[in-house]
Design a binder for this molecule. Structure first.
Ligand code: F6R
Length: 364
């Protein structure tokens, strides 16, 4: 079973300000809100009735193992968290290159998340699976898709920048659709909560648009300020962590500057030693969930704190609400991607083709 969103590209440079001659990566960051809208339109009705798994011709899974690498792994972390929290489904996320068949559990569903569907580490991990395989991919004719029992086609069109941007967002949404559909099908959500969650989910494309516009407005000025910095720290908690990790990865691959991401509570166990006057610390907030302690700790040591979140004093005030969503602050990724891309351009990097990296990693 192959299920796809029918996507029309509707990138509007005049709305977003990245200009017709911007690099592909900038355009793909901008496009992602439109793709999110298409995905929401296509899938939310099936999520509401708990029938996403039916559409994929798979039973609602009792247990799930996500397999993925890089950005796709960060996206998988979001879906896994929602699946555990709202559907009560036991699941794990395995770095594909670290996959050990001895860890597999009989009957578990493997969900391989790979935009290219050609990542060798993912394909290699598919030998002797203990149950069915679902591919979440942007390439329904890929090796992964051909191997799978069912395919969730992201359908966001070719992604030409080496850095994953719009495919990351689409993968996050796919994982959330699968997780919420499980929760509905397993009777874990009262009807009123389902309606509320789906309203929130349906608002994410607009939130991504808004966050992208806001980020563009501030990115040049911040890139100027941050250009001399050799390294960056990213911090978050809970549902915001995968986005912070993805922001750090994007910054490293596009700017060639070091970027580490740690859970807030881990800072005092080591990374705090890295903070010196001027060190940029990007704080990815989840609604108004307090990260005051870490902000206080790093500020006291002279860090340049950049809050991505809600309320006063944010570098990017991308959240329009103090309450967190089950899937965390998805819209923050638009700001983190723009920050990385703008800083890379300011540093004269080849934004679409970062050194040493390939779009499909076909070697193990
Ligand atoms: C980062 C990036 C990589 C990929 C990773 C997996 O921007 O693009 O980390 O996410 O190589 O690729 P796919 O999703 O094709 O399996």
């Amino acid at each position: 079973a192959v299920q796809r969103a029918t996507t029309r590209l509707r990138w509007r440079p005049e709305q977003t300000g990245t200009g017709a001659h911007a690099d592909r990566t900038a355009r793909e960051i901008d496009e992602q809100a439109d793709h999110a809208a298409e995905l929401v339109r296509t899938w939310v009705p099936s999520v509401r009735s708990g029938r996403v798994w039916d559409q994929l011709a798979l039973p609602v899974p009792e247990r799930v193992r996500f397999l993925a690498c890089g950005s796709s792994r960060h996206a998988a972390e979001v879906g896994a968290r929602v699946l555990r929290r709202l559907a009560g489904t036991p699941c794990e996320v395995t770095v594909a290159s670290e996959h050990d068949p001895a860890d597999q559990v009989p009957g578990e569903l493997t969900v391989a998340v790979s935009q290219s569907g050609e990542t060798a580490d993912v394909l290699r991990a598919l030998d002797a699976l203990p149950g069915p395989l679902l591919a979440v991919t942007n390439s329904p004719t890929s090796s992964l898709a051909r191997r799978a029992d069912a395919v969730f086609d992201l359908g966001v069109g070719p992604e030409l920048g080496v850095a994953a941007t719009k495919t990351f967002t689409a993968q996050v949404l796919a994982g959330v659709f699968l997780a919420l559909s499980s929760a509905v099908a397993r009777g874990r959500l009262p009807r009123s909560s389902t309606a509320e969650l789906l309203d929130e989910l349906s608002a994410t494309p607009e939130a991504l648009h808004r966050a992208g516009r806001l980020a563009l407005h501030r990115a040049d000025e911040l890139a100027e300020r941050l250009a001399p910095q050799p390294g960056f720290l990213f911090v978050a908690r809970g549902a915001a962590l995968p986005y912070a990790a993805e922001g750090a990865l994007k910054l490293e691959e596009l700017t060639y500057r070091w970027a580490q991401c740690h859970p807030a509570g881990e800072f005092k166990h080591g990374p705090l030693a890295l903070v010196e006057p001027g060190t940029p610390v990007v704080v990815v907030e989840d609604g108004a969930a307090a990260l005051d302690t870490i902000v206080h700790e790093v500020s006291a040591r002279g860090a340049d704190v950049l809050r991505v979140g809600w309320g006063e004093g944010c570098a990017f005030g991308v959240l329009d609400r103090p309450e967190p969503h089950a899937w965390g602050p998805l819209e923050s990724i638009a700001a983190l991607q723009h920050l990385a891309r703008t800083l890379a351009a300011r540093l004269g990097r080849d934004v679409d083709r970062p050194r040493n990296l390939a779009k499909s990693v076909t070697v193990v």
